[in-house]
Structures are given as structure tokens and as C-alpha cells.
Design a protein around this ligand. Structure first.
Ligand SMILES: [Zn+2]
Length: 326
């Protein structure tokens, strides 16, 4: 009896040891398996990554940051073209990083840059976005008249012959030239100008005046015939037809130029945004607007947009292209 018990005990001990060994082996095998899987995934991931444009572009010399941005922005077709060059070209990233970059214009930016690499990229972006990279009036578009106070009219966007705002109102004769009703504009323009002329009068003791405001297609036809393309817009292309554009002068400094150089004129250029106006054809932007600096021509766009345009230092054409039309 005693030997049988001992044998059984021995057997039990052997079994226990066998089981322990089994556990240890299993544990090691599991560890190896996990390691292999993890490594396999890693290798797989690396192989996958090597197939990406980010990696390939990085490999031909683009810094990783640039490779990331380029590969996540451009189409496969355009990325292939970059890869074909087989060397780093800083232009792509610089173009893509421009504040007003629009993907739809990418090819035009490149084409225009090829012919004008002396221009800053910022300018190239602005010219292409606004169509000003092409000849004035070379392609024209019916403008979207459902844009409220943000209707765009310039040398590329025009109004139809019969377009006329329904809310045109006459300016008071105390601050507009001509007969009553000859100078009129959108209701909000009349109200906003009224506030501005009051403030200017208080500040400078000067009466500012409306020289010209709404002009119909027909009016513009005769204006354009008289002045020509150099200074006058073609009919349909005048901002005055929107009922949102006004030419301002002052009794103390009559005429556009003298007004522009006067204290009140300079104050208005700086502060008109508070009344919802912008200076529409500013100095230094002639190549974008197609007009010489007109320190007398103001355009109503509403306070918020006027402030943004002033803060960003852009023209309405640029604003429209980037924020409205996109
Ligand atoms: Zn004007």
C-alpha cells in the first residue's frame, strides 16, 4: 500500500513538473509569436509607407513636412509629375503654402510662374485668382447678382443691360451734386454715407459730397464712349451700375485727386470700413483691379467684410475669388 502511494506521489510530482515545463514552453512560444506578429505588422507598415507619395517625394529630396503637404494636397497625376523631376523644387510647397492658394488654379499658377518668375508668388496667386493674369476683358462672365452687397463687377464680371437694383434711393441734395434724384444708390449706401458725412463734418468741419453714384448701363455707355477703356469701364462692367459704388469729393477740396490728398480724404480711406465701405481701387493694386488708384471711389460691402478686406490688405476682387467664388 505504502509503495503504491509513493509511486502515485512521484507520478503526481512528475506530472506537475511536466505541466510547468509545458507552461514555460507555451509562454515562450506565445512571446515569440507576438514578437513575430508585431514585427510583421511593422514591416508591412513600412512596405505600405514606401508605396505612398509622401515617402517617394521625401526620397527625392523634399523635407518631410513639405512632402506631407504636397502629397495630401495634389492629385496623383500632379504628384507623378513632381516625381518625374527626380529632384527637389521648392516652388511647389511655396505655392501650396500661399494664404490664398486655390487648388482649382494650381496649373494656372505654375504656368504663370514659368513666364513671370520675377514676381512674388503672392502676386501670382492674386493675379490668377482674379483672372488679372489674362488680358482685361479677354474672358467675361455674367456676375452672380444673388450676392447681395457682395456683387462683383470688374473687367471680367459684368451685369446685364437691364440690371437695376430695386432699392435705389436718392441722396440728400445737402451732400450730393446735380438735381434731386440724379444721385442715387442702394438704400443702405445712402444711410451709411449719411452717417459718414456727419462724422467727417464734425471732425474736419468739411462737407463731403457725392460726385457720382448709380449709373445705368446706358449712362455707362456714354461715359465709356467719352472716356474710353483707359479710365472708364465698359458698359455692364462699371461698379456704378451695382448701386453700391460712389465717387466722393469735398467742397473744400473738389475733384477726385485733390480730395484724395486732403485730410478728410485720407481719413475716409482709413475709416470708411466703419460705415461698411472699402476703397475699391487702391494704390499698389492696379494690376489686380485694372484701374489706377482712385482715392475717391468707394464701394459698399457691409462692415464685417469691409473690416476683413482692410485687415487682410486685399482688394474686393481677391476677396471675392477666395472667400465667395472659391
Ligand atoms: Zn467711381
Amino acid at each position: 500500500m505504502a509503495t503504491i502511494k509513493r509511486k502515485k506521489k512521484k507520478k503526481k510530482i512528475r506530472l506537475k513538473e511536466g505541466f510547468k515545463r509545458f507552461l514555460v514552453y507555451s509562454f515562450v512560444i506565445i512571446l515569440i509569436a507576438i514578437y513575430a506578429i508585431v514585427e510583421g505588422i511593422k514591416v508591412g507598415k513600412i512596405m505600405e509607407y514606401h508605396k505612398t507619395y509622401e515617402y517617394k517625394i521625401n526620397q527625392i529630396g523634399y523635407p518631410l513636412e513639405e512632402a506631407k503637404k504636397i502629397s495630401s494636397t495634389l492629385s496623383d497625376e500632379d504628384l507623378e509629375l513632381i516625381l518625374k523631376e527626380e529632384k527637389y523644387n521648392e516652388t511647389y510647397y511655396k505655392i501650396l503654402s500661399q494664404k490664398y492658394f486655390l487648388l482649382k488654379n494650381y496649373h494656372q499658377y505654375l504656368d504663370y510662374y514659368k513666364e513671370h518668375d520675377d514676381l512674388p508668388l503672392e502676386k501670382i496667386i492674386a493675379l490668377v485668382n482674379t483672372h488679372a493674369s489674362t488680358e482685361w476683358y479677354s474672358t467675361t462672365y455674367d456676375t452672380d447678382i444673388n450676392q447681395g452687397y457682395l456683387i462683383l463687377v470688374n473687367k471680367f464680371y459684368h451685369l446685364k443691360e437691364d440690371y437695376e437694383r430695386v432699392d435705389l434711393e436718392p441722396f440728400s441734395l445737402s451732400y450730393s451734386y446735380g438735381k434731386y434724384g440724379e444721385n442715387k444708390a442702394a438704400k443702405i449706401v445712402v444711410e451709411s454715407f449719411d452717417k459718414m458725412q456727419q462724422d467727417v463734418k464734425e471732425k474736419f468741419n468739411v462737407q463731403i459730397m457725392i460726385n457720382s453714384s448709380y449709373r445705368s448701363y446706358k449712362d455707362q455707355e456714354s461715359t465709356h464712349k467719352y472716356y474710353g477703356d483707359k479710365t472708364a469701364a465698359r458698359p455692364g462692367h462699371s461698379e456704378h451700375q451695382t448701386g453700391l459704388g460712389i465717387d466722393i469729393t469735398s467742397i473744400a477740396h473738389p475733384g477726385g485727386k485733390a480730395f484724395g490728398e486732403s485730410e478728410e480724404g485720407k481719413w475716409i480711406v482709413e475709416n470708411c470700413w466703419q460705415y461698411g465701405f472699402i476703397i475699391r481701387y487702391p494704390a499698389g493694386k492696379e494690376d489686380i483691379t485694372g484701374y489706377d488708384n482712385e482715392p475717391w471711389h468707394f464701394r459698399y460691402v457691409g462692415k464685417q467684410v469691409a473690416k476683413q478686406i482692410k485687415d487682410e490688405g486685399i482688394t474686393f476682387d481677391e476677396y471675392y475669388a477666395y472667400y465667395i467664388e472659391k
